[in-house]
Design a protein around this ligand. Sequence first.
Ligand code: APR
Length: 230
Amino acid sequence: MDSIFILTGAGISAESGLGTFRDKGGLWTRYDLSRVATPEGFRADPALVHDFYNMRRKNCLDAAPNAAHAALARLERDHPGEVTLVTQNVDDLHERAGSTGVIHMHGELRRALCAACGHRWPAPERMLPEEACPSCGRPATRPDIVWFGEMPYRMDEILERLARATLFVVIGSSGEVYPAAGFVDEAAAQGIPTLEINLEPSGRRGLFDRGLYGPATEVVPRWVAESLRD
Ligand code: APR
């Protein structure tokens, strides 16, 4: 059975107004990631970190899925085989476009996590450092986001699905952050055909069998239409 494994990155949500991390004007060119996206940064200044994710959560709520998100939801619906959608993104635009079973390996803006007991619950639009965990009552709540130096979520499941893929596709990622950036090596080592879809060739272009370049809202719907025709 055909099994398409898709990994998406910030580039797929760029045209929904959520920007990326490493492009010109990207988040990491404007914010110090060691202060807002590490456990150490959170311990040092939880209010600063909450403000950062409250801003991103508001932007996400104000954004809408675009044609690339919609095309992947269509592929999941109409492709006779299996479609696995893993995202590095913490926004919920894939789900709002209709995708189901999305694996958020870096967490989700719309969820809160208790750093003391591990309880998870739907995040309010604005999270506050003093907010108590609804389960253990301790004021140790954090955004349910995987920070640098922390293990991404559901890695066993991701690698299991990758192992049975017949096509591996990356959409809108610079390929600079591991372990996600290493999935293409894994796919190539298992002889799985690989495709990169991006605004321009990424630094890992040489590892892909094929590349399609341009804005995701133009290239992804075209690739999905082509895939469903075949
Ligand atoms: N269409 C397609 N691709 C685009 C578009 C677009 N409209 N705009 C930008 N891109 C591409 C850029 O060329 C770049 O290669 O998207 C990529 C975005 O790269 P990054 O900003 O590095 O984002 P990403 O790869 O998702 O980052 C990985 O790093 O900061 C951490 O945890 C964070 O999940 C994130 C991870």
